[in-house]
Ligand binder design. Sequence first.
Ligand SMILES: [Zn+2]
Length: 79
Amino acid sequence: MFIALHITGELIAAAVVGGLITLFLERLLTKGKAGLACPSCNEDLPQHRRPKNLRQVFLGGWTCSACGAELDRRGRLRS
Ligand SMILES: [Zn+2]
């Protein structure tokens, strides 16, 4: 009985760890796909951007929701 409980506990632990690793890898892969974070504050940029002005409509780019930095379509700071 105790041994069975112990094994079940290990299985659950293994499942939890496996799940966490999977989540972590998915996060990494998703990040690799999006690949963009604010160079100013390192906030992840949303994949679906909402243009905030005409320049962003035509040229692309983001306004960082965290720090308000203006970024071009490649995620670089606009000077
Ligand atoms: Zn930012």
